[in-house]
Structure formats: structure tokens, C-alpha cells
Design a protein around this ligand. Structure first.
Ligand code: GLC
Length: 425
């Protein structure tokens, strides 16, 4: 069974491979997505290391001069997706979106180096990528942390990668919807509309895009001009983990400046993250930077914080919080104890394998091996039951969203590689 799963995962990665980048899935997402690519490369490493490095190199070839790495690269035109390049209007040689996504590249590169069959052979490629990732990290702190708090804000829900989480509902009240250009959604043509964001949410996504476009995508201006500024613990944790991992890589290569800079971002960030902890919720929470208040929303963003080196006692409490969800398949993207939980609507309840992977990795590093093993087993059980979906109902395990999903397949290869054969489904 393990071999069959492995082969099925590799088939999906190959089917969605467009040569130098991989699409998340046919139809619904026909371009290159930022954090999808970085996590996809981890799967590709298990059967084609060279191809894995190319995936990340392609992404960074489209980095903006300011350092930002965009969330979508529109390599080829495709009318099946909205909002396309003309809506973003970013004026890049190859069109891209104008916002970013979780900075998981630093982590991915360290993992790829650790898995490399010949470390020497990939050193030049790593050396070329290192300053690019460092520039991206610098850009985050320069443009998204204007008061030097050590924490960065997202300015659009799509930046978090958790597009329509409950976390954004309250801050979204401030985002107007008037004056947006009439539009036709495409996502609901590929997936069940009741599993996708509502029209009220979509209008606000687009209002923000049009607002930033009117500022000509000057990334030094967007933070202060945005009515939506949210400090997401999961997003920050991914950045801090990447900073720490990049610092390790830089040290190995004798790049002491990059190493020191990134160690400092990680250390300051970890200290500041404590301000987002909620004992009542048993997890971290988002902070609305406009009002200064924590957002009362027990989403997986505050659980994902375990991906960076939080104190062990916090990790133990997070493990208990996950167990307390009581869903058959973990980890639900929103607490089932919150009335806003929705088992089928994306990011408001369903399980995502990429998130499971990062949570399991963080828990294991913090000494919570049993909790990590449960997540890994639940992830493989979901695949065995429902195939390689975009996301899953945490109660029934039903497959939801797009099918034949790239990063789901990549994560399966990672979970299988870490699971003793006798325990794999
Ligand atoms: C959805 C997800 C986002 C992901 C993208 C491509 O928009 O919310 O995190 O990057 O799909 O898979």
C-alpha cells in the first residue's frame, strides 16, 4: 500500500509539472503559487532533486526588485482563473500578483539540503538563492513592521494562505465594497460554491486589490494605506522558522551577515509572539493591528505557531488543544467548539495536509512526538480514504475543493518518508 500511495503521489506531481514550475491543480489553479511551490519541492526531492531546486529557482526568478516574492506568477494566460493579470496590473515582465504568501522558502531550502544525496552538488544553487531569500525576509520587516515590533502584518487574507478564515471576519468589516469593478468569479465553476468564500468576502478581496493597484503597488506605501492589517501568528511563525533555518544555511556557507541578520529577526519575533498567546484559547491568536486588539477566533493560524521555536510548555498546550478538538481527522482549520466552525467551507473547518505537516514538524521538534505521530497518521488515513484532495471534512474525511492536488501529494511523500513502513496505511 505504501508503494501504491507513493507512486500515486509522484504521478500527481508529474501530471501537474509544467516544466520549470508546478500548478497546484489543473483548472482551479493554473499558475505558480508561492508557498505551494516551496512545499511541492519537498515532495519532488523524493524522486527528482534537480527538479525540486528548479521549482524554487523559478519562483525567485520573479522576485520584485524591492525583495517581495509574489503569491502568484502568471506564466501563461488562462481564462479559467479570476482575478487574472489584468486585474492585478502589476507591470512585471512576466505578470504576477502584487501581494505575497507565507515565507516558507528558507525552511524548504534547509530541508532540501538535509535530504540532498550530494550536498556539494547543490551548494552553488543554494549560494545563489540565499541572498534572494534574505532580501525577501528584509523586505518583510522593512515594509510590514513599521513600528519595529518584530512581527509582520498581512494586508490581504490571501497573503496568509488561509484565504477565508474566520480570523478575517471582524477586520473585514472595515473594508468597503463600493466602487469595485463588476466581476465574474471562476473558482465556483471548478468547486462547489458552498465550500468556497461568500460573495461578501470576495468583494472585499477585490476592493483591497483595486486599492493597492491604485497605489501602483508601491510596497513601501501599502501597509499604512490598508484598512486591513492583521498580525497572524501562523504567518509570522513560518517567517521566523525560515529566518532561523536561513541563518543556519548562511552560517554553513560563511555568509555571516545574512546569518546574524536572520538570527536577530527570529529571536525578536519569537519574543514578540508571546504577546499573541491566549491562555483561554490554549493557542495563539491574530492581532488586528488597526485596533490593537487580539481577534477572538480559534483558528489553525494560532496552532501553526508551533512551527517556530515557541516555548515547550506552549507546544504541550497546543497539542492538548488539538486533541480537545475531538474531530476524527485532525487538524481542523477552525475550532469545532466555535459556532463559526464550518466543516466544509475552506479554511473555516476543513483539514489541509500542508498545515498538518508544519504542525507535526513543530510538535515533534518541541518534544510532542505522540501528538505529531497522530497528525501524520490522520493525514495518511485521509489520503487512503478520500485521495489527494485540496482539503477534507475533519468529521467525515470527505474530499473537498480541487482534486489531484500537488502540495497534498508532496506532503504525502514527506509523511511516508518519516513513517516506519509498518505504520503507513
Ligand atoms: C488557495 C489556498 C492558498 C493556496 C492556493 C493554491 O487559494 O487558500 O493557500 O496557495 O489555493 O493552492
Amino acid at each position: 500500500m505504501t508503494d501504491a500511495l507513493r507512486n500515486a503521489a509522484i504521478d500527481i506531481l508529474k501530471t501537474n509539472d509544467r516544466g520549470r514550475y508546478t500548478v497546484p491543480t489543473k483548472g482551479l489553479y493554473p499558475f505558480q503559487w508561492n508557498w505551494d511551490s516551496c512545499l511541492t519541492a519537498l515532495g519532488q526531492c523524493h524522486f527528482d532533486e534537480n527538479r525540486a531546486w528548479t521549482e524554487i529557482e523559478t519562483l525567485f526568478a520573479h522576485q520584485w526588485p524591492c525583495g517581495m516574492v509574489p503569491h502568484i506568477i502568471f506564466h501563461q494566460m488562462d481564462d479559467g482563473y479570476f482575478p487574472g493579470p489584468h486585474i492585478w496590473g502589476t507591470d512585471r515582465p512576466v505578470p504576477t500578483s502584487g501581494i505575497t504568501q507565507p515565507a516558507v522558502a528558507g525552511f524548504a531550502l534547509k530541508r532540501m539540503l538535509d535530504c540532498a544525496s550530494d550536498r556539494q552538488a547543490v551548494t552553488d544553487r543554494l549560494r545563489a538563492l540565499l541572498p534572494k531569500v534574505a532580501a525577501w525576509h528584509r523586505w518583510f520587516f522593512a515594509t510590514r513592521d513599521p513600528h519595529d515590533e518584530g512581527l509582520v502584518a498581512i494586508l490581504h487574507p490571501w497573503e496568509a494562505g488561509r484565504d477565508n478564515s474566520v480570523d478575517w471576519d471582524d477586520p473585514f468589516d472595515r473594508v468597503p465594497t463600493d466602487g469595485i469593478t463588476p466581476y465574474t468569479r471562476r473558482d465556483t465553476m471548478h468547486a462547489d460554491p458552498s465550500h468556497r468564500p461568500t460573495k461578501a468576502q470576495y468583494d472585499r478581496y477585490l476592493w483591497l486589490v483595486e486599492h493597492f493597484r491604485a497605489l501602483r503597488w508601491d510596497t513601501s506605501k501599502l501597509h499604512d494605506a490598508s484598512p486591513f492589517q492583521v498580525v497572524d501568528p501562523g504567518f509570522n511563525a513560518i517567517l521566523f522558522r525560515s529566518c532561523a533555518d536561513l541563518a543556519d544555511l548562511a552560517e554553513d556557507l560563511g555568509e555571516s551577515g545574512i546569518a546574524a541578520e536572520n538570527r536577530s529577526y527570529a529571536a525578536r519575533g519569537l519574543a514578540a509572539l508571546e504577546g499573541l498567546w491566549s491562555d483561554a484559547h490554549g493557542q495563539y491568536l491574530c492581532r488586528d493591528r488597526v485596533t490593537g486588539a487580539l481577534i477572538d477566533s480559534a483558528s489553525v493560524g494560532g496552532i501553526l505557531a508551533v512551527f517556530c521555536a515557541i516555548p515547550q510548555a506552549r507546544a504541550a498546550r497546543i497539542a492538548a488543544t488539538i486533541a480537545g478538538h475531538g474531530t476524527r481527522y485532525c487538524v481542523a482549520s477552525h475550532s469545532p467548539h466555535d459556532p463559526r466552525f464550518d466543516a466544509k467551507r475552506y479554511w473555516r473547518g476543513p483539514v489541509w495536509l500542508v498545515v498538518n505537516y508544519m504542525i507535526a514538524d513543530g510538535l515533534a521538534r518541541a518534544g510532542q512526538q505522540d501528538a505529531a505521530a497522530k497528525i501524520s497518521a490522520a493525514s495518511l488515513a485521509l489520503i487512503g480514504k478520500s485521495g489527494f484532495a485540496e482539503y477534507y471534512d475533519p468529521m467525515t474525511g470527505e474530499a473537498l475543493g480541487g482534486g489531484e492536488f500537488t502540495w497534498t501529494a508532496a506532503m504525502v511523500l514527506e509523511f511516508l518518508a518519516a513513517t516506519p513502513p509498518s505504520e503507513a496505511t
